[in-house]
Design a protein. Sequence first.
Length: 534
Amino acid sequence: MLQVRLLWFPFLILVIPALVFSLFLPYFPVDETRYLSVAWEMRQQNSFIVPLQNALPYSHKPPLLFWLFNLDWLLLGVNEATLRFIPLLFGLLNVALVHRISLLLWDDEKVARYAAIILSSTLSYLLWSALIMFDIVLTSWVLLAIFGLLTAAKNHGAKSWLLVGISIGGGLLTKGPVVLVYILPCAILAFLWIPKEKFSRSWYAWLTLSLCLGIAVVLVWLIPAALSGGQAYREAVLWGQTVNRVADSFAHKRPLWWYLPWLPALLLPWTLFTPAWRGCSQLAKDTGSRLLIIWALSTLLIFSLISGKQVHYLIPALPAFSMLMARNMALCEPREKTGSWRYAGAAFYSALGVAALVLSFLDMGGNIGSIGISGLRLLALGLTATGLTLFFLRQRSFSRAVSYTAFSSVLGYLVVFASGSALFERYDLHGISGVLKAKQEAGYSVLHIGKYHGQFHFLGRLDQPLVPMESKEAAGAYAASHEKVALITYEPETKLIRGEDVYFQQPFRSKKVVLWNKRGISQFCRSELEPAAR
């Protein structure tokens, strides 16, 4: 309870966007809707060992997050409103762990408080804490493992190594072997951050036992899943989703340097808070900072070398950057004055506001154009107001400047939510998902050209798979031999489609999703239209 009272401010920062997401925003395709649909199909088919997508084994992710969704439904009934609170709870846990780890490293309450505030208000962390994704949950296991390593370095107790092993197992069940990228470099290079007089020769023996325990934890699920999922699932989950991603990724292939320009964006708004970086070269002098530097830089290096790259792969390294910045700020604070550096955040939001205003006078297509002129101008007004508020607030102390910078992240998100309603509506697939449910209940086969990502199954509470089609020709042939049939495609928004040819159509992203009837399928498959968007 004491820690909750100390951390009320960073907790509040995290809770506000999550509440807004839960109350007002749709689940976003393709990732959020896919993961919810996998959990839904597991429940429908009573398949809690092998995850399912469109009635086939889903090998891309382990089942822990899907189990958590089903636990939510078991306790509260099938619903959508509470699901985003699952990553939020882990996000709050991460803030508490960062506070506790900072105290272990430096025994400085100010550093611990700054670290918690920085993590909770980093724009990327705020976003992912409200999304149905794996990275925030994975971050909890990483932090628990780091906490275990720290306590093991102090007392060499078996309980600490037990925590490390369980955390590795939890990470493996959450997102697979990638958890080792964040943990093993810190453990293997422990001689760089543990004082020589405290470094035990038994360290690596205990580490090996912890690693074996983590593997044993995941094997409790993996062995029955591999045996019951079939050969294709077995090969994918044991080999394809690990080695192939490292050596020659089948998705998200990026150049070696790809993360470098993204890192400053990931750390906003603290990238602009110069006391967080001033004098950072001195940080390596203390052992705690060396641990965090190993954690942050090894993560960046390893993921740069791996073929497949996504921005959110760096989320579990954000706590390391947060604690490093907090340590630097605490060291710099006695000699810092609230000078011109405090205007950087104000200038950032104001510049974004001006950019949004300029865009409102241009003919923009795609997602930006979908916001609409009024939305863009509301965004411009809100961001500029946030910037001006930061500029004119009297920041009488360093601590108050930190708090104002942190809360500006919440204001920025609220402005985006308020101005982007027209855009967010284009991601809401409840309408067509409900029509699909009605069609399936009426005995219709629903066809889908190209890869289906599960975006309709949970939203429509579907209990039958869609029928995948490789081409328009295959869809046409299937429709010719079946009376009750419908086809989903994704068409340019400007394309005119006659009402008598479709059951339903609605805007979707920068296109529209169309549910063709039998007559429409015949017309569509004979036409020279561009292939359906994947």
